[in-house]
Ligand binder design. Structure first.
Ligand SMILES: Cc1ncc(COP(=O)(O)O)c(C=O)c1O
Ligand SMILES: N[C@@H](CCCC[NH3+])C(=O)O
Length: 416
């Protein structure tokens, strides 16, 4: 989504961004409910039941966001017991949850089994044994999908590529059949599905479709041996436009997936989109503290840093940064940097921006992996979050009070 679009929409909803910054303070994450619903609808309209959409909670796990999605009938893809607790607290159904992740603990397995999740996406032989043990101890049968690593190149940033054989994720193709046979033979497991997730911020459909071919062939082979796989979960990873990239046409991708799977009867297809649902539905607002001319370059020092939005520092990710109001200042080329004591603390390099102290900037496409990757580094309280719905702006998470920064910590008494 372009900034103009968001600005227009927020104006239409009578919540201009500068007023929100004034009212709630900065840094501030602002999400648009209308955009969130539109993004969801883009998937849902070409994904008829019984196919399922499990929103990837890690992208944005605010309870209000999860609650909106639960009301639309979303399932959820989680990667920790904490995410399961959030889904349940937000009104999501346990039986709509798939549990991904490479290192699930016994305690997490127990919790998820007790809650009755839809399935565990199992990533290794050792995890399979552990899950069978934990389920046996509870006298339960654990629903299982095997996460296969199809070894396709997602052509994305190496830190967010997950479907190559050099990545830690999933079960190698060469082990897949043997492990599926083994899983099918274990008493306390019910092998329901196969899944894969090849990476994130993928702009073309071709790597997904290549992976789908590989996964469908595997399902056909297993079925021919009597191992009846009932669902195929193709994961998430659908990219969005951060810097004028052209993302894939989601409807086209979803329809092609369905066509490819047509000959496999009774197969439920599943997806785990995260970024594509929330990414462009959010901006982060930050206020300019200082203009600092340097010898080689000029800096715009703002009140949000890498602890609020880590993506630029971690992946050199690009986010558009735009003043929310026309400024009288002369535009200049600046590095937009935060207050954190790290040279890597930047939001954007060499940006053409007109802004002076006190102006509010919007960092675009910050709805996914923004707040969820934020931290308290430099003892900075985490930002507030607001959901704009029509002409109302709801505070969906208050800025952390300072005392919360040391909650649970104890001074150590001198021993006598
Ligand atoms: C297993 C799994 N599913 C879904 C997602 C969501 O990915 P995205 O936000 O790129 O759609 C991720 C994150 O990359 C993931 O690891
Ligand atoms: N955190 C990443 C995406 C990785 C998702 C987890 N597998 C990002 O901000 O782009």
């Amino acid at each position: 989504m372009s900034f103009d679009y968001l600005q227009q929409q927020l104006h239409a909803e009578q919540c201009p961004l500068n007023e929100l910054a004034e009212r709630f303070g900065t840094p501030l994450f602002v999400y648009s409910k209308a955009q969130l619903l539109a993004n969801w609808q883009q998937f849902a309209k070409v994904w008829p039941a019984p196919h399922r959409l499990c929103y990837a909670v890690k992208a944005n796990s605010n309870l209000a966001i999860l609650n909106q999605l639960a009301k639309l009938g979303a399932g959820f893809d989680i990667v920790s017991g904490g995410e399961l607790a959030r889904v349940l607290a937000a009104g999501g159904r346990a039986d709509s949850v798939v549990f991904s992740g490479v290192a699930k603990t016994r305690a997490e397995m127990r919790y998820a089994l007790e809650q009755g999740i839809y399935c565990f996406n199992v990533e290794s032989a050792a995890e399979l044994e552990r899950l069978n043990d934990v389920a046996a101890a509870l006298d339960k049968v654990a629903p299982v999908s095997l996460r296969i690593n199809p070894d396709v190149d997602a052509q994305t940033h190496p830190y967010i590529s997950t479907g190559l054989k050099t990545n830690k994720f999933g079960i190698a193709m060469t082990d897949a059949v043997a492990l599926a046979r083994h899983a099918a033979s274990l008493k306390n497991l019910n092998l329901k599905g196969l899944d894969c997730h090849i990476g994130s911020q993928i702009l073309k459909a071709s790597p997904f479709l290549d992976a789908a071919d590989i996964m469908l062939d595997l399902i056909r082979q297993l079925r021919s041996e009597g191992i009846h796989i009932r669902h195929l979960d193709m994961g998430g990873g659908m990219g969005i436009s951060y810097n004028h990239e052209q993302p894939m046409d989601v409807s086209d991708y979803l329809l092609k997936l369905q066509q490819k799977a047509q000959d496999v009867t009774d197969l439920t297809l599943m997806l785990e989109p995260g970024r594509a649902i929330v990414g462009n539905a959010g901006v982060m607002l930050t206020r300019v503290e200082f203009n600092k001319p340097g010898l080689d370059k000029n800096f715009l020092l703002v009140d949000a840093g890498m602890n609020d939005l880590l993506r630029p520092a971690l992946y050199q990710a690009y986010h558009d940064i735009i003043p929310v109001r026309q400024s009288d200042a002369e535009p200049s080329i600046v590095d937009v940097v935060g207050p954190v004591c790290e040279t890597g603390d930047f939001l954007g390099h060499a940006r053409h921006i007109a802004a002076v102290e006190g102006d509010v900037l919007a960092v675009l496409n910050a709805g996914a992996y923004g707040f969820t990757m934020s931290s308290n580094y430099n003892s900075r309280p985490r930002a507030a979050e607001v959901l704009v719905d029509g002409d109302r702006a709801h505070l969906i998470r208050a800025r952390e009070p300072l005392e919360q920064l040391w909650q649970g910590e104890q001074l150590v008494e001198e021993s006598r």
